[in-house]
Design a binder for this molecule. Sequence first.
Ligand code: URP
Ligand code: ZN
Ligand code: ZN
Length: 485
Amino acid sequence: MSTVIKKGTIVAADRSYEADLLIEGETIAAIGKNLKGDKVIDAEGAVVMPGGIDPHTHLEMPFMGTTAAETWESGTFAALSGGTTMVVDFVIPGQKGMLAALAEWEGRATRQASSDYSYHMCVTGWSKQIFDEMPKVVERGINTFKHFMAYKGALMVNDDEMFASFQRCAALGALPLVHAENGDIVAALQQKYLAQGVTGPEAHAHSRPPEVEGEAANRAIMIADAAGVPVYIVHVSSEQAHEAIRRARQKGMRVYGEPLVQHLTLDEREYFHHSWDHAARRVMSPPFRDKSHQDSLWAGLAAGSLQVVATDHCAFTTEQKRMGVKDFTKIPNGTGGLEDRLSVLWTKGVETGRLTPNEFVALTSTNIARILNIYPRKGAIMPGADADVVVFDPKLSKTISASAQKSIIDYNVFEGVSVSGLPRYTLSRGEVVWSHGKNDQPRPGRGKFVERPPFPAVHKALSTWKELTAPRAVTRSPEHMPIGI
Ligand code: URP
Ligand code: ZN
Ligand code: ZN
């Protein structure tokens, strides 16, 4: 069975051109003029681009005494309806260990996912068990390990733990990811505001100022440099964190930065809204910032100092948010965005002239495919690539509303935002999984796990627990990840 996508403008990260696209089975077979196939998809007036990849989701994640309500089924359907054909979700090992937690995540994803998916593994402490499990995780096709510098007493790791894990990543050819906020300072500021009787969502923003993020981002970058490994900073929300990344890249360090579409478009005033529910629904870490930070992030995307736009989709219901009604530190942290990432970024980025369509594709798909070592299977429109394709129509428009979303959450942080640019069709490995105006849900469980091989390892000598725990001199090894993003 073949499909031809006709008369569209193919927009890739590097160029745009008019051509038809032939898909055979699950793969792009040819690009050219007047191609023929068993089935024809009309792309006239539309942009044909690689399916979006959201590298930052927390579907059904146990967190802060509850579990994120967005399921793998609803979350991946929401993703496909918005043009995202692959998500990368974070596995939290908890007390069970990495492999047991991975089995739990696999149980949920294989039954429910309708988009393709992969995982990042979280490192939430340091021990011989973690050291021993990391290579097994890499063998299972996971080449990224996430570290939380915040959430003290829960997920947070200290510098020595992070340094040990980063060195282990270097030896395994894996990339460390970091949530950069100084968890000690956040915990102290939280106590300060509670002691003053400031208990509402506005104190969430006050207790996590941009300096706390900038300090941690800089520290993570320096620790990565000492460990000889590149580093990827998730949910970059502030000029301070962006500055640390910019400076490091200027010095030749291989550092990547990922802003969220929420931080680019929503600001801290949300936390001062007269409705507690409204404000609490937007509580996430780092918090939304003022406009000057947004300008910095937009500039970084255009200049190349920031490479990826994600969502950190970690969605709780209003009822769950109300766990923190008397104490802002108990509001489950997280917001949604998976369904609306492409349309909001297109509207606020491309339509305004801040981003070119090619930059848009780079930021939503191609760059992260390269960083995660799955390019060109994913993130590319080229023969041999998986046929994950979005026929994106810049003339389709809507006003975002929870009442019409695929997400099962009872609100949407972009409620009332008008967007122009929506998927006319989304194809996942050649199958049409979303058609505008139809609303049909693809089969849960059709999504496939995408293996991500490790990068060439460095520091081979430091491959034993004994060597790693002994003091040593360190050097930077930028060849670890030989890509120029
Ligand atoms: O508030 C957030 N970001 N929740 C999800 C967990 C994380 O920090 O990424
Ligand atoms: Zn985080
Ligand atoms: Zn996250």
